[in-house]
Design a protein around this ligand. Structure first.
Ligand code: PLP
Length: 427
């Protein structure tokens, strides 16, 4: 029952494009009415019609310790009473920067910003400023925010320049973004060789979470590291989704690779608009005011957001990641058992507290593999789960997220729902 949400969507559509402030929330790809959320606590979301959902979206990743964690709420309330923004440095920012630096390999210096988009766009500017080169390589299916130079589709040939995939992005901008295939080192090598001394950076999601959940093939990240070293190209690992989610030190630490620059967001802001970029000291000293590469922000390092991020990281001890790994394994193993038992043409993936469920029986290594999924079946699965009170991401091309509140009982309940819904879909 989504009567009230339907009314709210109608009203919202009068004053906001699609009735939402970020497109995926409108359920465009799965159809139907998005529940309008009134509150969230622990693992549950509660909507305007009084429905309760087990949440596997977790505000698109940040809520790794569950919604409205009492310690975060209390710390933020106290911070709020001291003033919500100063536009001046605070000791809290040092604490957050130091906490991040202590966990991530090769993270020497950090700059805080307000969104993952800003972090990625700034990291690219820095790489260009430091190398004096204009082009960069991204991967098909990886998302780094909505800055113009990321909204680029692959050209038709291996060495064809990218093309804008949103009106408003200029051909001029697209010329400097090159698109390679995830898990395909040869596609990267072709571009680096084809544009010698022109590629400032390679940016990637170490686990591609914006086209489902695609872990890197063994050696892929190490191969990129070696190619960057060979070509004098800056390796930017976008940990906006994976940072402090798939392990204590993020994906780079998990897979044993060190980036030149990192970007962070989501978990590091504890549910508030806080993101960051950082990395090698010599590169980061190019940033103003130490160096000439400009980047700034009125609300950057906001004290409430920093408080939430710091408290969240403090709660995320190595033992918590062990718990999250066990939860993920329980979900993945359970899902695989259902697939095997019924012989469904499905594939499941996972990496730490991230997972993917794909409606294809083929292994999933690239964006192209996900394009081959049965989207109608995914949509039916999504709506079937929603009706049973399980809130999944409303697109085959999104990852699922786990929190410390996804207990064994919650996972088992979810698997029961999944088996029942799949039985109707494949009937
Ligand atoms: N990078 C990655 C890997 C992301 O998943 C996202 C958002 O989902 C971004 C960057 C952009 O972050 P934001 O939405 O905070 O601008």
């Amino acid at each position: 029952m989504l009567e009230k949400s339907q009314q709210l969507l109608q009203r919202a559509s009068q004053s906001m494009p699609g009735g939402v402030n970020s497109p995926v929330r409108a359920f465009t790809s799965v159809g139907g009415t998005p529940p309008f959320i009134e509150r969230a606590e622990g693992v549950y979301l509660y909507d305007a019609d009084g429905n309760r959902y087990i949440d596997y979206v977790l505000t698109w990743g940040p809520a790794i310790i569950g919604h409205a964690h009492p310690e975060v709420v209390e710390a933020c309330q106290a911070a709020m009473a001291r003033g919500s923004s100063f536009g001046a440095p605070t000791e809290l920012e040092i604490e957050l920067a130091e906490t991040m630096i202590a966990r991530v390999p090769g993270l020497d210096v950090v700059r805080m910003v307000n969104s993952g988009t800003e972090a990625c766009m700034s990291a690219i500017r820095l790489a260009r400023g430091a190398t004096g080169r204009d082009k960069f390589i991204k991967f098909a299916g990886c998302y780094h925010g909505h800055s113009d130079s990321f909204l680029i589709a692959a050209g038709s040939g291996a060495l064809t320049l990218g093309t804008p995939n949103s009106p408003g992005v200029t051909e001029g901008t697209a010329r400097d973004t090159l698109v390679a295939q995830f898990n395909d080192l040869a596609s990267v090598e072709t571009l680096l060789d084809g544009f010698p001394d022109q590629v400032a950076a390679i940016i990637l999601e170490p686990i591609c979470g914006n086209t489902g959940c695609i872990p890197p093939d063994p050696g892929f990240l190490q191969g990129l590291r070696a190619l960057c070293d060979k070509h004098g190209t800056v390796l930017i690992i976008d940990e906006v989704m994976t940072g402090f989610r798939v392990g204590y030190g993020g994906a780079a630490a998990r897979f044993g690779v060190t980036a030149d620059l990192y970007t962070f967001g989501k978990v590091v802001g504890g549910g508030f608009p806080l993101a960051a970029y950082g990395g090698r000291e010599d590169l980061m000293r190019h940033i103003a005011p130490d160096g000439p590469v400009y980047q700034a922000g009125t609300l950057s390092g906001n004290p409430i957001a920093v408080t939430a991020g710091l408290k969240t990281l403090q709660l995320l001890t190595p033992e918590v990641y062990e718990q999250l790994e066990a939860t993920s394994e329980r979900l993945g193993t359970g899902m695989q058992a259902i697939i095997d038992k019924h012989g469904y043409p499905m594939t499941q993936t996972r990496a730490g507290a991230m997972f993917g469920v794909f409606f294809t029986d083929k292994p999933v290594h690239t964006h192209q593999d996900v394009l081959g999924c049965d989207l109608e079946r995914f949509n039916a699965f999504f709506h079937g789960m929603l009706k049973r009170g399980v809130y999944l991401a409303p697109s085959q091309f999104e990852a699922g997220f786990l929190s410390t509140h996804h207990t064994d009982a919650i996972i088992d309940e979810t698997l029961e729902h999944a088996e029942a819904v799949l039985a109707t879909i494949f009937a």
